[in-house]
Design a protein around this ligand. Sequence first.
Ligand SMILES: [Zn+2]
Length: 176
Amino acid sequence: MPTFSKFITSQRGAQQILDSDGYIYSRKKSSDTALTSTWRCAKYNPPTKCKCHIYLALADNSLILVTKPHNHSADGSVPARQEVLLSLKRKAADQPLSATQNLISETLADTAAEVNQSLPNLESLARVVQRSRASSSGSAQHAEATTSEDFILREGGLVTLTSMTSVPSTRHTPAR
Ligand SMILES: [Zn+2]
């Protein structure tokens, strides 16, 4: 039984779970109960047709139950790949003014070659950046903000982020 689980985001933007053994699960809402959410192994489709399901407590997302064992081995490169995508997303949100290409090459430069090979293509990576920016600006305060309010929120978020991180800003430059 895996010892922990964490939420990740699939390339298409859906919420998934990565367990400590490197297996990935997709939500199966139709099988949720009043107290649990139901997730099935991401390899439930042919040819693998894995039947493994896991159940999380809705209250605190703790792992309650793992059903059948997987009929396949875990993809060992998945955790490393997820780390890379996560760091790319963070960069995208923290550096709203950096060009997408720069963020991607910066991220890939920090990553082992064998992990890079398993990453999605550049086009998908660029979409990861754009999606991360869209969601970080949209969820900053109110998702239903009007266009002009959204712009103000974006500006506000920018100020906060630059003062928190080492991104060069007008006020935060040492020794000048
Ligand atoms: Zn499986």
